[in-house]
Ligand binder design. Structure first.
Ligand SMILES: Nc1ncnc2c1ncn2[C@@H]1O[C@H](COP(=O)(O)OP(=O)(O)O)[C@@H](O)[C@H]1O
Ligand SMILES: [Mg+2]
Length: 747
């Protein structure tokens, strides 16, 4: 490599917890070649150029843990890999992604580094890595680089691919409650919250509880009005019309002013309010009929537009609209005034990230101007106030001002239509007074309402609508989790995974297993090939029928793909020594020093992801595994065929739990108390060979069953029946255990 260059040798997408961190990351292997001899303090002007091109790098604290910490490292001298890490994170943050995680680690090859950055969205991260490399090389070679263009390109991709702000708010609220999420569409806002049988699905502000019928009703304004007015909700008097003449007739029946609008429009398109003449009604009809499949004429309700967000029958946020006006200066046209006085507001934009939209002279605005005998090209006199738009500008949060009666009426409307989440459009002069007494009315009930105006109001307090939606999906004591059992280790994982699944099956749960023998749902094998990988695990978590998931994941999965789940109820580590998995692909040798640590940390990942309410099941006879005990956020159950194993004894002496063998019998020990389960000889899997590894595997599975709260009946029957070709293992369960497994009637 003649010229100073940076080459991406490899990119590994770790789509779940890994040795680096919990959220997804991309691990790039970069070769900086000659730059290994040129730390930043040896490249003239590099510091100055980077600090000028990316001034917000000053916020990077780096290992000095202070503002400007990274820039200080840059001045003192640091290497290209580390610099690239910070440049990429900064580009992603400038493009609207959350602040990310970064690491740079040497490999055994000089000049080759592992560069780890957060992976919020695969395509966005890969683009940021490419851009970061180009930017850094330009800074190194003192060549021009258009940072603004790069950020714009990345922001466009983020807007298209990353979660929309409304969905992100719901996902963040779920995360705050430690409810996991899985994005089901790469570039859509369809997200699964929770795993398996405990999951719920959202598509932005629609959930799996939003009925299709309710959604259809809400799209038909006339039907909606009929249903809600039947229960006393005030709505504007009006009817559907089928011609311009019929519209005038309806208007005259109702009495001016009236509104003409499509029966099933949205975003205010084709909606004309405050019409006071037949001519205006006809003009409006001609436009409204193009915007929908029918036209409504109704009384024009005096007042201001409000949007009330109802979640699970409760008012969680409310916004008031404001009229859009401009003031003449005697020189500028109306269009120019809009561009200078309205659209310069940084909150206005076309992307999902902007709470307010760009104001354009659309058909409604043109009619509004016509009413003032103006057009977009007119030059209003200095000081003349010109009304551009009366609605669809929900800038003001007014949640705390809503009169309780009005909140109740809005909630009633949502309930009648049948929506768990509804955006209620109502018009009234004063939201702090009951609707009826001021002639206010509900004009529309929206399914899947935009949440952005409530999350980021133009003016006023942001509202925790994401939290309200999550709390409506999951009761306070619900976690969205099913028991997930992760099985890691150097050897003997598969039999443990399958035995644990057998025990869970006997407890009456519908169990999914992803292991190297394949994928199993209940007793059905749905995949014969190796499923001990990320995809295998994910398939279980995406399955609504799965009540417990047992997932085998060895070192190769942890290093090459990441774990398929964010946390687990039980994390089993069968063993680490002697090293049986070849992990050299990831530059990991179990030979001590830095790399030994990385090798060890590969297997500790299984313990790092154990929930606080969970259990690590660890092989006490393997000193490396026993050491993992202190890392566990949850409780630890040791297992060992050797009851005198020092780590196990110390654990029991500390009053903790362990599973061990004594005089050829399996025991459950808690402190000094112990329960005898059965003889080793009663366990078909152990058989006559009594192989130590097999015994250890059975003990690990027993410990996991114990951690999951399975009864002794189930555990004993399970280990006594596993591997036997029984038509129905439940038959061997004592009646009381069959009852609790919900299979009493089967015998
Ligand atoms: N009958 C009415 N009286 C007064 N304003 C109305 C009436 N109907 C609609 N509007 C105004 O127009 C806006 C858009 O009408 P809406 O029925 O909600 O259609 P869209 O589906 O396009 O949002 C409402 O939010 C409200 O401000
Ligand atoms: Mg509306």
């Amino acid at each position: 490599m003649s010229k100073k260059d940076i080459i991406f040798r490899d990119m590994i997408s770790l789509r779940g917890p890994s040795i680096w961190t919990y959220p997804p990351v991309i691990e790039s292997w970069i070769d900086i070649g000659e730059l290994e001899d040129f730390p930043s303090n040896k490249i003239p002007g590099l510091y100055e150029r980077l600090a000028a091109w990316l001034p917000s790098l000053v916020e990077h604290r780096c290992n000095y843990d202070e503002r400007g910490g990274f820039l200080r490292r840059l001045q003192e001298g640091t290497w290209a890999g580390h610099i690239l890490e910070h440049v990429v994170l900064e580009l992603m943050s400038l493009a609207g992604l959350p602040d990310g995680f970064g690491r740079t680690r040497e490999t055994t090859t000089r000049g080759v580094y592992k560069l780890i950055v957060s992976n919020f969205h695969e395509e966005c991260t890969r683009l940021a890595l490419e851009q970061g490399r180009e930017l850094l090389l330009a800074a190194i070679h003192d060549e021009p680089y258009d940072v603004a263009a790069a950020v714009k390109q990345l922001r466009r991709k983020v807007d298209r691919k990353y979660l929309g702000p409304s969905t992100a708010a719901i996902v963040n609220a779920a995360e705050a409650r430690r409810i996991p999420h899985i994005r089901l569409l790469d570039d859509g806002n369809l997200v699964q919250l929770g795993y398996g049988a405990a999951m719920r699905r959202i598509w932005t502000a629609e959930t799996d509880a939003t009925s299709a019928i309710a959604e259809t009703i809400s799209r038909d304004k006339d039907l909606t009005k009929e249903l809600i007015s039947a229960v006393g909700v005030p709505v504007p008097e009006g009817r559907e019309v089928d011609s311009a003449d019929d519209a005038v007739e309806a208007a005259e029946d109702i009495g001016y002013p009236v509104v003409v609008k499509p029966t099933d429009g949205n975003h205010g398109r084709g909606v004309f309010i405050d019409l006071v003449s037949a001519e205006a009604v006809k003009k409006a009809y001609a436009i409204a009929v193009e915007e929908g499949s029918g036209v409504l004429v109704e009384r024009s309700i005096p007042g201001i537009e409000h949007r009330l967000l109802i979640v699970g029958g409760k008012l969680v946020a409310a916004n008031r609209s404001d009229f859009i006006t401009v003031t003449g200066d005697g020189q500028s046209t109306v269009q120019q005034l809009i561009d200078t006085q309205v659209n310069t507001d940084p909150r206005r934009g076309d992307s999902e990230l902007h709470p307010l939209s760009i104001i354009r002279i659309d058909t409604a605005a043109r009619l509004e101007l016509e009413r003032q005998e103006l057009t977009g090209d007119s030059v209003p006199a200095a000081g003349r106030v010109v009304l551009i738009q009366r609605n669809a500008n929900h800038a003001f949060d007014c949640t705390d001002e809503v009169h309780p009666d009005t909140a109740a009426v809005a909630s009633l409307a949502a309930r009648v239509v049948g929506l768990d989440i509804a955006g209620i459009d109502l018009v009234c002069p004063d939201i702090s007074r009951p609707l009826a007494e001021q002639g206010g009315a509900i004009v529309e009930v929206n399914a899947g309402p935009s949440l952005l105006m409530h999350i980021k109001p133009g003016i006023g307090k942001p509202r925790p609508v994401g939290q309200a939606i999550v709390d409506n999906l999951f009761a306070a004591n619900e976690s969205g989790r099913i028991p997930v059992i992760g099985v890691a280790g150097s050897r003997g994982k598969t039999p443990v995974a399958r035995l644990v699944a057998h025990l869970l099956h006997l407890s009456g749960r519908h169990v999914g297993v992803a292991c190297s023998d394949g994928l199993f749902l209940g007793r059905r094998q749905v995949q014969k090939s190796d499923a001990a990988n990320w995809t295998g695990g994910r398939r279980l978590l995406l399955n609504r029928a799965v009540e417990a998931a047992v997932i085998e994941n060895g070192g190769k999965v942890i290093l090459g793909e990441g774990l398929a789940y964010d946390r687990c109820q039980v994390g089993i580590v069968t063993n680490v020594l002697p090293a049986a998995e070849d992990l050299s692909r990831w530059d990991i040798q179990p030979t001590g020093g830095e790399y030994y640590t990385t090798w060890r940390s590969t297997y500790r990942t299984q313990v790092d992801v154990v929930l606080q309410s969970g259990y690590a099941v660890l092989n006490a006879s393997d000193p490396l595994v026993a050491d993992f005990a202190e890392l566990c956020d949850g409780e630890v159950i040791f297992f060992s065929a050797d009851a005198e194993c020092p780590a196990l004894e110390a654990h029991l002496n500390a009053g903790k739990r362990a599973v061990y063998v004594s005089e050829s019998r399996i025991y459950l020990g808690t402190g000094q108390d112990e329960i005898r389960l059965c003889r080793l000889g009663d366990v078909p899997l152990i058989g006559k060979s009594k192989k130590p590894e097999t015994i250890a595997g059975v003990l690990a599975a027993v410990a996991a069953g114990w951690a999951l709260g399975l009864t002794q009946d189930v555990i004993v029957t399970g280990i006594k029946t596993y591997g036997l070709d029984l038509a129905d293992p439940f038959a061997l369960l004592p009646r009381r255990a069959r009852k609790s497994a919900g299979v009493a009637s089967r015998i």
